[in-house]
Design a protein around this ligand. Sequence first.
Ligand code: ATP
Ligand code: MG
Length: 215
Amino acid sequence: MITIALSKGRIFEETTPLLKAAGIYPLEDPESSRKLILSTNREDVRLIIVRATDVPTYVQYGAADLGVAGKDVLNEHGGAGLYQPLDLKIANCKMMVAVREDFDYFGSIRRGARLKVVTKYVKTAREHFAEKGMHVDLIKLYGSMELGPLVGLADAIVDLVSTGGTLRANNLKAVEEIMNISSRLVVNQASHKLKRILLSPIIESFSNAVEKKQD
Ligand code: ATP
Ligand code: MG
């Protein structure tokens, strides 16, 4: 049996065509079903639906053989126990620093001000500001980071941005790019060896489908 860990929403939607390329069709839609284990057309392949941030954990401990997780999530997890053979080039966005439209970010840095930053991505943010030699106070949030600077909780946010629509709607502006984000295929290291015969064709099909999409 092969177990593949996915999260609902954009990861599931954007992984479906890749599964299809590998001849794997889910028999249920996680958006309408409440089931957390979904069967597929293949008796030896099942999908489990977990929170995006939990995908690396399921794969690390071998509860899932494969998973799809954003670079944002993988960076916070650290990648222990995971083999990352493939950038799937889906769920593309950028990790950015953003502030209120009326906030002088670069002026504050020049003055050596100690900024307060809210984020779900504490490790990524810590590494970014340390690399810049900036002293910041990081405050962990679990969502709606955009609100932080609007109500005086923070001066800046570190969050994912794709179109910038949410920033604009909340009078925020992006001031710094931290990294490009896309989702990766992650494989349990033991499964990769022990279930090689089952996993290799799936990984190969994913890889071909990703390349084909690039042309
Ligand atoms: P929830 O929204 O339920 O709290 P989540 O934010 O972890 O969970 P998603 O919003 O579905 O889940 O994000 C899953 C992954 O998709 C993220 O880890 C990231 O890699 C990517 N992602 C997040 N936001 C965007 C975006 N705006 N555009 C493209 N990809 C994104
Ligand atoms: Mg989200």
